[in-house]
Design a protein around this ligand. Structure first.
Ligand code: AMP
Length: 212
């Protein structure tokens, strides 16, 4: 399975990518997670990426292409992969093609902008272990505290309302054209986001022909 997940920020790509990765036994590769780790560790890539991420802008293509090239060269990618939110621009998609990194299917998870704004404003993350929560749909057992390590939960800078609006603008301008890019190559499948994670997984599996 060589899969790309497309969709607006907050559409649930990361969650579905993780479920698919567990079920199919292929790695989930999230450029967002790789960049967040780089920022936390203060690497040269992290130092370059931080300001773009905080502002809800895309990190420049050449940085992302370097990051993904390095990751895809790891042996665990040999039998397949699930790319979460990469590519995010036509230039990144073309770079994958130029590098011979195959995409069999691009699955787009569709959701309205209003729903996204509502969703992301409830998102909370653990600054220590990276666990994610939502105050309505996936609350922690104790208000404001991480179930796994007890740290105080925070709102990620890029989940703040103004940043979310900017991320949506960037999504429509830069990433949405990938729907036609993969559609033109007959690789596109589309599902509608559902009210629950389990219901979305159901439509994702059906679109990909995976038995539950
Ligand atoms: P995510 O967790 O996927 O929403 O990514 C968080 C942030 O990392 C984004 O808002 C971008 O600033 C940056 N980022 C992640 N993946 C990419 C990508 N493929 N291209 C450009 N920027 C990215």
């Amino acid at each position: 399975m060589k899969l790309v997940l497309l969709g607006a920020p907050g559409a649930g790509k990361g969650t579905q990518a993780q479920i698919l990765s567990d079920v199919l036994g292929v790695p989930m590769i999230s450029t967002g997670n790789i960049l967040r780790a780089a920022v936390k560790n203060g690497t040269p890539v992290g130092l370059r990426a931080k300001a773009f991420m905080d502002a809800g802008e895309l990190v420049p293509d050449e940085v992302i292409i370097g990051v993904i090239r390095e990751r895809m060269a790891e042996p665990d990618c040999a039998n397949g992969y699930i790319l979460d939110a990469m590519p995010r621009t036509i230039a990144q998609a073309e770079a994958l093609e130029d590098d011979g990194i195959e995409v069999e299917t691009a699955l787009s998870i569709e959701i309205s902008d209003e729903e996204i704004v509502g969703r992301m404003s409830g998102r909370r993350v653990c600054p220590d272990c990276g666990a994610t929560y939502h105050i309505l749909s996936a609350p922690p057992k104790t208000d404001g505290k991480c179930d796994k390590c007890g740290a105080e939960l925070i709102i990620r800078k890029d989940d703040e309302a103004e940043t979310v609006r900017n991320r949506l603008r960037v999504y429509h301008a830069e990433t949405e054209p990938l729907i036609s890019f993969y559609g033109n190559r007959s690789k596109l499948k589309t599902v509608q986001n559902q009210p629950s994670i389990a219901a979305t997984t159901k439509v994702v599996f059906a679109a990909l022909g995976i038995a539950e």
